[in-house]
Design a protein. Structure first.
Length: 199
């Protein structure tokens, strides 16, 4: 009886083909001069959002003008491409630049100066992909610092997840001036943290 039932049963219908899934993988790579426009646009949008209510509007405008023109960004990218002690990385998703990272040793010690994602794409692993790529490139035993606003608790937690430790407090405006050459109009003290990574 069982055999006859099995023989008379029709095979199950085929499963439907799965819908294609769009790839949103973040690829971190060396920046090229051709990326300068995209990097400048991200920095010009992300920096004011990050520092609104913390820095004076005149200081925010000065930072954007001094650091995020395509010409200045192109110069930074080209300098990083010609030295082994600097990295200018971009994150790319489906051929679109969605974030960037700038690391070098032009100051007193190696420093991660900038890490920004397109404000419309935050929370998608862009910063983590850039940090992972940077750390994979650093030689064993190396160390670097970064500065983060003391009030930016979300960024502090992110960097701690990336392996950085809190080291000391500084004035953010003075740190920018001493380490990146930024000149602030009528500066006032802005509390910030120096965090350190050791590989």
């Amino acid at each position: 009886m069982l055999a006859s039932v099995a023989e008379s049963s029709s095979p199950p219908p085929p499963l439907p083909e799965p819908e294609p899934v769009a790839s949103h993988a973040v690829v971190a790579r060396d920046a090229r001069a051709a990326d300068a426009e995209a990097v400048a646009a991200i920095g010009s949008a992300a920096f004011p959002l990050a520092y609104a209510g913390v820095l004076r509007p005149t200081v925010i405008t000065a930072v954007v003008e001094q650091m995020y023109s395509p010409t200045v960004v192109t110069g930074s990218i080209n300098r990083c491409l010609t030295t082994s002690t600097a990295q200018f990385l971009v994150a790319e998703q489906e051929g679109v630049v969605t974030g960037f990272l700038h690391f070098d040793w032009e100051g007193r010690e190696p420093e991660l100066h900038r890490l920004y994602a397109d404000p419309g794409r935050t929370g998608r692993g862009i910063g983590a992909a850039l940090m992972e790529e940077l750390h994979a490139r650093l030689p064993i035993g190396s160390t670097y610092i970064l500065m983060v606003l003391a009030t930016n608790t979300g960024a502090i937690r992110f960097y701690e997840r990336c392996g950085l430790l809190r080291e000391r407090t500084v004035d953010a405006v003075k740190h920018y001036r001493d380490n990146m050459g930024f000149q602030a109009p009528n500066p006032t003290e802005v509390p910030a943290l120096i965090m350190r990574y050791r590989r």
